[in-house]
Design a protein around this ligand. Structure first.
Ligand code: KG4
Ligand code: ZN
Length: 335
């Protein structure tokens, strides 16, 4: 089945064409980062307006890159939530409009379901598996028993990991979003230079990252950064504290729930330090770790192709009255 997928939950307008839920024929992402970065974060109203301006062009580009026209498309999948409501509505409405005009079936999908199943575009992974979903809005551990079968095992009690990266980057004057910049700086820094806290490291599976962020703020106030090496040491020490917690809890969850396969996904899964540590820890255990490639970790539409194909093949048909959902637990997302 040839499926067109559309994603507009935050600050990326994206469309893709995916064949049979596995082969990515095109994956176009138009980022709004330049527009939001001067405000130090995503401005929801601006995001919605930018999506409106780009959506048709991005869909056209996805079709063109795939060497297809809209008449070749057999179904549509779009992100229904969670995310910014105005932003979500743009992609959802675009998908519904095309579906109505071309008499195509469509399905509204959960953004995190897309992130998790992106791993299946590049790897054969047997269910069940554990998913660590780390993005700007999520730091969750899910048990995945199949497509549409998700159970939340842990979540962050406060900031998401990506949010912590972005807030620390902002207070260090590194711009927005700063996760990738901290990752780069960490490569040249000493991860043991500063001993930042590892909140809730030995307590349950839930996460908490706001304490690390506050510790970095307090450190910078008492000892202002004077040179590039100190900045790199600070970035590396912060990043290592976050990674220590993510890795320890993920492997503990895998052990407690007897899961031997782990998928790490979402924007923070681009982090080179996290990828390296997850892989190294897996090698010392009986677990296999899978990461989508970086382009499929950050927000994109191809990641929706796996679930869209599955639900459409199984007869799911969205109704035109379907609304976007700003807050939507993944456990309730199966079709
Ligand atoms: O999944 P995503 O693209 O959007 C959301 O659904 O939130 O994730 C964006 C988050 C941002 O917080 C960004 O700073 C972070 O992912 N991120 C990174 C890296 N690349 C992106 N964090 C750490 N290291 C990176 N290399
Ligand atoms: Zn995302």
């Amino acid at each position: 089945m040839l499926v067109l997928t559309i994603e507009s939950s935050c600050d990326e307008t994206a469309a893709a064409v995916v064949k049979d839920g596995r082969r990515v024929l095109s994956n176009i992402v138009s980022s709004q980062i330049d527009i939001h970065s001067r405000f130090g974060g995503v401005v929801p109203e601006l995001a919605s307006r930018c999506h409106v301006e780009s959506i048709t062009l991005v869909i056209d580009q996805a079709l063109e890159k795939a060497g297809l026209t809209i008449n070749d498309i057999e179904g549509i999948g779009m992100t229904r939530g969670p995310g910014l409501i105005g932003a979500l509505l743009v992609g959802l409405s675009a998908g519904k409009a095309i579906a109505l005009a071309k008499k195509l079936p469509f399905v509204g999908l959960h953004h995190m379901e897309g992130h998790i199943l992106a791993a299946l575009l590049e790897h054969e992974i047997v269910f069940p598996f554990l998913a660590l979903a780390v993005s700007g809005g999520h730091t969750h551990l899910y048990r995945v028993d199949g497509i549409g079968q998700y159970r939340t095992l842990a979540r962050t009690r406060d900031d998401a990991a990506g949010e912590a990266f972005d807030k620390v980057a902002k207070l260090l004057g590194l711009g927005y979003p700063g996760g990738a910049r901290i990752d780069e700086l960490s490569a040249g820094g000493n991860p043991e230079a500063i001993n930042f806290p590892r909140p809730m490291l030995h307590k349950g599976l839930d996460f908490s990252f706001s304490g690390i962020k506050t510790a970095v703020r307090n450190f910078v106030v008492s000892q202002p950064v004077k040179n590039e090496q100190q900045l790199q040491d600070l970035a590396a020490s912060f990043q290592t504290a976050v990674i220590d917690v993510l890795v320890a809890k993920t492997f503990r969850a895998a052990k407690e729930h007897q899961l031997e396969r782990i998928v790490v996904c979402g924007g923070v899964a681009c982090n080179r330090g996290l990828r390296h540590r997850m892989q190294a820890t897996a090698e010392q255990s009986s677990c296999l770790v899978y990461f989508p490639s970086p382009a499929l970790c950050a927000d994109n539409a191809a990641m929706l192709g796996v679930a869209a194909d599955h639900y459409l093949e199984n007869g799911a048909i969205g109704d035109l009255g379907m609304n976007a959902v700003a807050n939507w637990p993944l456990d309730q997302a199966g079709q």
